[in-house]
Design a protein around this ligand. Sequence first.
Ligand code: AMP
Length: 117
Amino acid sequence: MSETIFDKIIKREIPADIVYEDEQSLAFRDINPQAPVHILVIPKKAIATINDLTESDEQLVGHLYTVAAHIARAEGIANDGFRTVMNCNEHGGQSVYHIHLHVLGGKPLGWPPYAGD
Ligand code: AMP
C-alpha cells in the first residue's frame, strides 16, 4: 500500500500538532478544522479504509474510540458533547487513505450532515 501523509506524520517526517500518542495510535489537530475542536485519531498501523478492516483489527478500532473519549475530556468537550466520524471512500468523503477518526466539538454541530442532492 502506498504511503500517505499520515504515515509521514507518524514518522515525524512532516510536522503536526500532536495531542496524544501511545503504542497503537496517534492524535493530532486537523489542519483544516471544521469545528473549534477537530482532532484526528489514527492507528499507527496503516489501514486504507473501513473496507480493509479484519477481525484482527477489532481491538485497535475500539482503542481509537477510547482515545477519542480521552481527548474529548482533555479538550473539555466531553460533557457538552462531540461527534466522531470515520469516512470511507469517495462517497463518504474520504481524502486520506489511512483510517482516521475525526473528533469534532466545541459548538453545537448540525445534524443530519446530508446537504442535499
Ligand atoms: P477525510 O476527508 O475523512 O479523509 O479526512 C482527512 C482529513 O485530514 C481532513 O479533514 C484534512 O483536513 C486532514 N489533513 C490532511 N492533511 C493533514 C495534515 N498534514 N495535518 C493534519 N490534518 C490533515
